[in-house]
Design a protein around this ligand. Structure first.
Ligand code: ADE
Length: 276
């Protein structure tokens, strides 16, 4: 095997519990793009090397627009990660995705406005090149398959695909916006998947997300409109499912050979450079 797996785990709201790691050692790191949201917590899960990062900071005081997505992804890459699994709280845009349900997204619509979108901005340390990374598939197909397989093993009901609309936040959507997203056929709305997923691809990382629907946003006639306390309460109520799913997935990832998948990602990046 050419590549030894190491798995970065970015915990979103509600999933930044360091207890999922054995032998955890905190490491404060910096990157050419600034500091990541939290120290990296290096340890193992069932013997597999993992690195935990709290997306919103240890005190949960970093708003979605201010998360340094580039520093987070760069730090995980520098730490030697081959994979990144993230958790994310989302609003559901479809009746059949109930609050508490898990979804493994396969695409996204980026409506964010104030975020750094690429490592290739004519700045060091990346080469002074223009890179147009393809976004289909947006998420790592094989890593998503592992998450789906792990959910089946654990008898956790999960929706095997879904498109997430990513809004800038920090405010939630208006009902008019929510209806537009539904009319686009999207399944979820959240505030953090972009540009995280695209940066992970630029960094050559196998990236997939366990999304938890925590609410019906504000479009549903008989459900209360989304608010912070209902999101937190629903996430806490179901967080154990996410934790178990990640632990099982880590073991399945470690049992596979990822050489072809990682080499293919590398080729994608190499062929995405626009140069004369
Ligand atoms: N995160 C959780 N629920 C959300 C919603 N309805 N909109 C945006 N982000 C969310």
């Amino acid at each position: 095997m050419k590549y030894a797996v190491k798995i970065g785990i970015i915990g979103g709201s509600g999933l930044d519990d360091p207890d999922i790691l054995e032998n955890a050692v905190p490491k404060t790191v910096s990157t050419p793009f600034g500091s990541p949201s939290s120290p990296l917590l290096e340890g193992t899960i069932c013997g597999v090397p993992c690195v935990l990062l709290a997306r919103h900071g240890k005190k949960h005081d970093i708003t979605p627009s201010k998360v340094n997505y580039r520093a987070n992804i760069w730090a995980l890459k520098e730490a030697g990660c081959t994979h990144v699994i993230v958790s994310s709280a989302c609003g559901s845009l479809q009746e059949n995705i109930a609050p508490g349900d898990l979804v493994i997204p396969d695409s996204f619509i980026d409506l964010t406005k104030h975020r750094e979108l690429t490592f290739y901005n004519n700045n060091e340390p990346t080469p002074k090149k223009v890179v147009h990374i393809p976004m289909e598939p947006a998420f790592c197909v094989e890593t998503r398959q592992v998450l789906i397989e792990a959910a089946k093993k654990l008898n956790i009901n999960c929706h095997e695909a879904g498109t997430a609309v990513v809004i800038e936040g920090p405010r939630f959507s208006t009902i008019a916006e929510s209806r537009v997203y539904r009319s686009w056929g999207a399944q979820l709305v959240n505030m953090t998947l972009a540009p995280e997923v695209a940066l992970a691809k630029e960094a050559g990382l196998c990236y997939a997300c366990v999304a938890m629907a925590t609410d019906y946003d504000c479009w549903h006639e008989s459900a209360e409109a989304v608010n912070v306390s209902s999101v937190i309460a629903m996430f806490q109520k179901n967080v154990e499912k996410v934790t178990q799913l990640i632990i099982a997935s880590v073991q399945l990832i470690a049992a596979r050979n990822w050489d072809d998948v990682i080499d293919k990602l590398k080729t994608t990046i190499e062929t995405s450079v626009q140069s004369k």
